[in-house]
Design a protein around this ligand. Structure first.
Ligand code: ATP
Ligand code: MG
Length: 354
């Protein structure tokens, strides 16, 4: 077990440089309390990297990332990049380069924040490498094409390998939660693609007799998540469905500004909030840092599971506890109806950690 963890910090665009450093500082504080120091290095990424290196994800950044235990990554705002060149989406470059196939997106209502669904507590386990998402598609390149200027088509990819590894991720997560997985698909219409996804997930379920499994069509799932959110624990689904359902779950739990996530492979993980660069509020100091702070806590838990270092797990608990306490006290940023700035909220969390 190491007493020093190294984290690569990629602040990114828009509100990234406002929320990412706040989250990293909070993690630094929580880890220090456990006797672990967090050594941070900022790497070029996004619009600032285009200005300096000509591309949003410089080769030097990709190379350097391999040396870090943890990665904290901000959002990117491709719309702000020079229009002459079409750059690949920076987040997609990282996911492809490092095979980050699992996107874990929890949504839970917290005290102090108005929630449409006060009893929601779900984890969306989203397959991150296949499906219909062209720029995320690792095997066939761009999945979209236009055979004529008036016809656009898209290829959806589902493989047994990718479906199996994401299913394992979901069932393992369910064992750490309330022991229930719902497989979300649309196998009545997309019989071959989402049908294969469902079948592989139900196959994997047989290896987890202690976990309850059921399945839903994605349209029914959306309705049920609104009607009876408390009935669900872990939702495992393909890329596009997971993107949509996780935004729905986040809003039901209060706000997109609360939605945390990590992207992982078997060996790497990056903390990345669900929200985007929010250019409409960037630079004004009012962004909600909770999503990024929670993403850091998820990242620490991921690391603690792999390393067996209980101190890192304790630091994650301290971060989540402090955020919950601060929100319950009524400290909130503008998106939640409060008046705290990003840095004031961060300072309140640091103070709570002690
Ligand atoms: P992307 O395509 O990158 O996901 P998006 O179109 O989904 O971007 P966001 O950048 O996530 O858009 O912003 C959506 C709305 O939510 C905007 O009005 C933005 O200001 C708001 N928002 C997003 N994140 C936050 C945050 N952390 N704090 C406060 N408001 C936020
Ligand atoms: Mg979005």
């Amino acid at each position: 077990m190491t007493d020093t963890l190294r984290i690569a910090v990629l602040p990114g665009d828009g509100i990234g440089p406002e929320v990412v450093p706040v989250a990293v500082d909070i993690a630094t504080r929580a880890l220090a309390d456990q006797g672990v120091s967090l050594d941070q290095t900022t790497l070029p990424y996004g619009a600032s990297a285009i200005a300096a290196d000509g591309v949003p994800v410089p080769a030097s950044t990709l190379e350097a990332l391999e040396d870090f235990d943890l990665w904290a990554v901000g959002p990117h705002d491709s719309a702000s990049y020079p229009a002459e060149v079409r750059y690949p989406a920076p987040g997609a470059v990282l996911r492809k380069q490092f095979g980050l196939y699992a996107n874990l997106r929890p949504a839970r209502a917290v005290r102090g924040v108005d929630a449409t669904a006060p009893d929601i507590d779900v984890l969306v386990v989203r397959e991150n490498s296949e499906g219909l998402y062209a720029d995320r598609n690792m095997t066939v390149g761009s999945g979209e094409f236009m055979p004529t200027p008036d016809v656009a088509m898209a290829v959806g990819l589902v493989t047994r390998t990718a479906s199996e590894r994401i299913a394992v991720e979901a069932f393992e997560a369910a064992r750490r939660r309330r022991g229930h997985v719902t497989v979300v698909h649309k196998a009545n219409v997309l019989r071959l693609t989402t049908g294969l996804f469902r079948d592989v997930c139900l196959d994997v379920a047989t290896r987890y007799p202690d976990v309850r499994v059921d399945d839903q069509h994605v349209d029914a799932m959306a309705a049920l998540l609104v009607r009876r959110p408390a009935d669900f624990d872990v939702l495992v689904t393909e890329n596009l469905f997971g993107d949509i359902l996780s935004d729905l779950a986040a809003e039901l739990s209060g706000s997109l500004g609360l939605a945390s996530s990590i992207n992982t492979s078997a060996t790497q993980a990056m903390a990345q909030a669900v929200h985007g660069a929010a250019p409409d509020i960037a630079g004004t100091g009012v962004a909600n840092p909770v999503a990024m702070i929670g993403s850091m806590a998820m990242l620490l838990r991921w690391h603690a599971r792999r390393s067996g270092d209980g101190r890192v797990d304790a630091a994650a608990d301290a971060i989540d506890g402090a955020v919950a306490h601060v929100l319950a006290e009524g400290v909130a940023t503008a998106d939640l109806g409060g008046s705290a700035s990003t840095s004031e909220f961060g300072a309140a969390v640091v103070e709570q950690i002690g």
